[in-house]
Design a protein around this ligand. Structure first.
Ligand SMILES: *Cc1c(COP(=O)(O)O)cnc(C)c1O
Length: 379
């Protein structure tokens, strides 16, 4: 099987998923409700060690959309968003005809710069508009600077929507990511740390998650007929997908362990390569699930670039991917405000994500090791 493609991050089943799906079939719970949905929500709540509610939804994007609605965002409002992220963090702002205001990253975690966050809020206030929410992201599983971000958010009294789509299993000072914000978002897309084939969740106080479930099931009023006083959505997770999720929750900690081991593998392999810098935990209070291991190759005398490395890996059938292209540089967001310098832009220019799946075999790692050793001329 030497010629098999090695993927950046692929689904990794634990084995029990099929039992939960069979249960759903036997009891005919083939719907966007049922015991697996409730069970999956309980599993997540338990895992996050939170008293908050959990609403299982059709995607992380849907969870962000509902969080913005519950934060009171409407047409013409401003919403602050980390620029270095996947487009799904920012797109839902535009679903509500609100306007994203993008904020640069800091080098340490790759996440939202507290300094530029403050400048962005002040900038919005100077135009007479207080931002309605702050979307901060734990990029590649690395927790953002929780205390600094929260202090600023509290000072200006703006809710934080914590995009924890990549950070299930990560924590800061022992507190699980997904439980920091007024709203926490999870994703179970196919390439995330666990998957339901597609899905997401909203974590927030019970009143809010109840409201989210109401909106996610077409906002049906309590009446025998179909009565609607609000616009609703079809955003609930199906009982089949939730069955996959319940099986995946049993192996989540194992996936985190494996991804962290893959990260250690890259670190020891490349420890003597001066031009390579890893996205790293700033100190022991940060715990990343290392959903993806990401490195930067700084400009160097030997002249090798991230593009060269990506192409060398690709030639060997190994997938790698540039760091997210910042939102303020995306054609679709050119008319949006941006506060920052070139930190996110440089992370994009020099950054590369390496294969990080929890299902990488020793043979896969050997193949990757061969390419990296040759590329960086290691002996
Ligand atoms: C995957 C992801 C999302 C969206 O989740 P989906 O379930 O794919 O809709 C949002 N934000 C970030 C940072 C992500 O990586």
């Amino acid at each position: 099987m030497k010629d098999d493609k090695i993927w950046l991050s692929s689904p990794h089943m634990g084995g029990k998923e099929i039992h939960f799906i069979n249960d759903a079939f036997e009891n005919n719970w083939i719907a966007p409700l049922g015991p697996n949905v409730n069970g999956f929500e309980n599993d997540i709540q338990h895992y996050l060690k939170t008293t908050n509610g959990v609403a299982a939804l059709s995607s992380g994007t849907a969870a962000l959309h509902l969080a913005l609605i519950l934060a009171g965002v409407s047409a013409g409002d401003l919403v602050i968003c980390q620029t270095l992220t996947f487009a799904a963090s920012a797109n839902p702002i535009t679903y509500l005809n609100a306007k994203p205001v993008f904020v640069d990253s800091e080098d340490l975690t790759y996440n939202m710069s507290p300094d530029f966050l403050k400048l962005a809020i002040e900038g919005c206030l100077a135009t007479g508009k207080k931002p309605k929410a702050i979307i901060a992201v734990h990029l590649y599983g690395m927790p953002y600077q929780k205390e600094a971000i929260e202090e600023i958010a509290a000072f200006y009294d703006i809710p934080v929507i914590e995009d924890s789509a990549e950070a299930l299993g990560s924590s800061y000072k022992g507190q699980k990511c997904g439980t920091f914000g007024s709203f926490g978002i999870l994703s179970f897309n196919g390439n995330k740390i666990i998957t339901t084939s597609g899905g997401g969740a909203l974590v927030a106080n019970k009143e809010r998650t109840d409201k989210a479930v109401f909106l996610a099931t077409q906002a049906r009023d309590n009446a025998p007929h179909y009565q609607h006083s609000q616009i609703g959505y079809n955003y609930r997770m199906s009982n089949i997908c939730a069955g996959i999720g319940r099986g995946q929750m049993e192996v989540l900690d194992n996936h985190v362990e494996k991804r962290r081991a893959v990260n250690s593998f890259y670190r020891s392999l490349l420890q003597d390569v001066e031009e390579v810098i890893f996205q790293s935990e700033p100190d022991a209070t940060y715990f990343s699930n290392f959903w993806l291991t990401s490195i930067r190759i700084l400009p160097n005398a030997k002249g090798y670039t991230t593009t060269d490395l990506r192409l060398a890996l690709d030639a060997a059938g190994i997938e790698s991917r540039p760091v997210w292209k910042p939102m303020h540089l995306q054609p679709v967001f050119t008319d949006c405000a941006f506060y920052g310098t070139d930190v996110a832009e440089n992370l994009f220019n020099y950054g590369l994500c390496l294969p990080s799946g929890s299902n990488l075999s020793q043979e896969d790692l050997n193949r990757i090791s061969d390419v990296l050793s040759q590329f960086f001329e290691l002996n």
